[in-house]
Design a protein. Structure first.
Length: 43
């Protein structure tokens, strides 16, 4: 199965404001888990 994760644009993202450190860390942990499990093909 293939899937793509998208984050909906917001006023902050359109203005170039980065996500919170907490969100960036959570996204990194999730990405790492996908890599470790062999699910992620590219990133």
């Amino acid at each position: 199965m293939r899937f793509m994760i998208l984050v909906k644009a917001s006023q902050d993202s359109e203005a170039g404001k980065l996500p919170s450190q907490e969100l960036l860390e959570a996204m990194g942990e999730y990405s790492g888990a996908l890599d470790t499990s062999g699910v992620a093909l590219i990133g």
